[in-house]
Unconditional design. Sequence first.
Length: 143
Amino acid sequence: MRKLYVYLTYAGALPFIFCAVSLILNIKTWPWLGGVDNIMSLYALAIATFLAGSHWGQHLSIVGKWQDYLSLSSNFITVALWLAFLTLPFRVLLLVFIAAFLILLLIDLQLVRHNWIDKTYFRTRCVITAIVIMTLIVTWGTT
């Protein structure tokens, strides 16, 4: 069961890949799903806020300055991404998501350095973050 998160994490990258490939093939909308840009935006918002939420959960078991930092940063990132989603054009929003995924990964880097998260989990996060950012860049280039 310990490795289940690895499979789920990789499976979680599939919608990003699906959207990027759709746009490469000039497919702008999918029946019953809507516009690919909307699908990508909503999924990126969901995943980024999920990751920020995991930091919120981790703050509950950490004592010291990182406890406050994680609780504040997770809330700030979530609200900032929500506002960006509501107000920014798609291409700019993609850049915001790229920055958010990098910031979330940098926070995880600090957590792994303090042994608060597993090194294997962090390596998986690095690979998936690279895949996600690549799909966001490809998407940005096709719009």
